[in-house]
Each structure stands twice: as structure tokens, then as C-alpha cells.
Design a protein around this ligand. Sequence first.
Ligand code: ARG
Length: 402
Amino acid sequence: MNRVVLAYSGGLDTSVAIRWLREKYDLEVVTLTADLGGGIDLEEARRRALDIGARDAYVVDGREEFVSDFVMPALQAGALYEDLYPLATALARPLIARIMVGVARRSNASLIAHGCTGKGNDQVRFDVATTALAPDLKVIAPIREWHMSREEEIEYARRHGIEVPVERESPYSTDENLWGRSCECGILEDPSVEPPEDAYAWTCRRQEAPTTPRYLEVDFESGIPVRVDGTAMGALELIEELNRIAGETGVGRIDMIENRLIGLKSREIYEAPAAVVLHAAHRAVEDLTLTKDTLRFNRLVGQTYADLIYNGLWFGALRRDLAAYVSSAQRHVTGTARLKLQQGSCTVVGRTSPASLYDHDLATYGGEDTFDYRAADGFIALWGLPLRVQARRQSLVPSDAE
Ligand code: ARG
């Protein structure tokens, strides 16, 4: 009997898939459940998988690995998809694929299965990441194949004695891990409608957040956040702490129209309090410590990096080579950002760095001014030279002067 490793969340879809893979393809199922900070009960998932008939059920706490190998590189790169989405779901997929490939090797499986539908980005990400790491493994997507409605799935579960998970009856489809939560479907599919309050779970409503501002200091070392308000923390703990602090101030809500890889536009609601704060803080320390040309180049790199993550190309050559550039360019990104969180807004209000390129005595208009004004004269003469020549040789037509 061939073996398949199924990415198992413990929910209805993947529970039904355990049984369906055996019936339909005569496969022995090994499940893998990874905790990336999405509040999954690993022991419960293991028990359920075995009850339903999985041969083996692996559970992995992947939170540290997720933060160090995926989230931190994306933060350092300034990777925000279409300028807004911090990529929580997209970053988790290549890690889950990597863990599944490991399980497949250990258990001699020749197939990988996941519970993605046929309309989203995640099917592409799982498949392409698996292909990159293990081109010999075949990938199947039961939900894409079986065309069962939710009612039919529940009926299938009853028929096969599969306990139907008590999923909180929700009009939305959600996904979450420590870097953020996403919410789609239901009324959110109308992009003209303001998201109802029940679409949010991590952040409080702006009007209910405290009116007194919460000031916050985040220290970075080489582009990695290491302290909050002076207290040293590992990156995982730091993210959890900021999700809580910023969420209480209503910071971290994102409402966007997103261009999916498969060509659709979709309306997405995200909550990512820590990611919103950390991207703003990181950018503030970069502003102080990087030169103008590096900063500009980093914006291009950040955008490309975000597209690569979003499009499932984490294990591709370009993403890896950009990562080498990013870690080199981050070597001086050390310093502190001071932020003001208040009723849904997150503003940088101060920044300091031992490696700061800001020179007060050069910038000041006050008495300590050391700027050499004579240099400005010659510089402007040369800077304007091509225009002076042009003005002499090619008389301006009226439209040029507009
Ligand atoms: N649109 C996001 C992405 O492609 C999130 C999708 C998460 N899935 C969900 N059911 N909410 O990364």
C-alpha cells in the first residue's frame, strides 16, 4: 500500500480527507499537524487523526523555526505584499511543506496531500514548495477533487463514524499563525461593505481602545527586533507580546483588495498587530542607518521578495540570493524606534541608533552648524550645468516651460 502524508489541521475537511484518501486511492495516511502559533491543540489533533484511521500522526511545534527561518527574514527584507499584507499564511506554507517532506522521507511515503481548495494561492504554494524540495513526491489535493458541499462532507463523516469537529459556527474562512490572522468569505466578499466587528478576533475596536496613547520602544540588532521597552526577548516571545500590546490599542487591522496568484482579485481582512508595529519600527531604524541609495534599492528588493513569498517561490534561487543581499545590507540596522499606538493608529515618533547617519551638526539651522556653504555654490553650478547648456542651445518652446 502506498503512503501519503496529509497536512492535518483537525478540522472537518482534512478529517474527512483521511478516510477519503484510503477509500478513493487505497492509500495509507500519515498526518502532520504543525503548530505555528495558530492555537492548534496538537495532542487533540493526534488523537483525532489516529481515531479516524491514520497509520501515524505526527505533531510538530514549529513556532521557533517559523520565526527564525521565515518571519525574521521577511521582516528584514521589508516584505509586504502589495504594500500591506505581512504574508502570515504565505510564509507558513513553505515551512509546512518542508516538515511534510521530512515526514514523507521518514515514513517512506510517495505522496503529499493538503486541504486547499482550487481557488486560492495555498494550493500553489504547497505544491511548488514540495516540488522544489522533493521533485519525486506527487501532490494531491482531495478537496479540489471531491466537490462535496459542507453538508455532504458532514454526511460523509457521519457515514464513516468520523466525529464532526465542533467548529465555532462562523460565516468566515480564517487562517492564523503568530504572524497574523486572515479572514475571508461571507459578507466580506462585498468589497463595498465595512467588515462587521465579528470578522476580527485579535484587535479591539478603535472606539473601545484606550484614548491615552501607548508609547513603545523596540530595539533592533542587525535588523532583528531584540527588546521591547528595554526588556530582552526572543523573537517568538517578542511577537506574542506585541500582538497583545498592539491588539489592545486596535492596531493591526488591514482591509485590502488583493491580487491573487491565480488571477483573481479578492477582498481580504487581516489582523497582524505585531507585524504592523515591527515593519514600521524596522523601517524607522533603516531610515536612520542606511544610505539613500540602499534605502531605495531595499524598496525594490522588499517588493520582489514579497511577490516571491506570495507566489510560492520561497525555495527558488532568486529568493535565496535576495536573502543573502538582505542579511548583508542589514548589518548596520541597529537602533531603537519609538512608536505611539493609539486607537488603531501606529506612528513612529522617534528613532536613535549608534550607527546613525543623521548628523545633527550638518543638518541644524542653529548655531552649531558645521555645513560648508561655499560647497553648495559649486555643487549647484555643476548640477545645473546641463540645463544651462540646454537653455542656451535649444530655445524653450512654451510647453517646455509649463
Ligand atoms: N489571501 C491570503 C494568502 O493568500 C490568505 C489566505 C488564507 N486563507 C483563509 N482561508 N483565510 O496568503
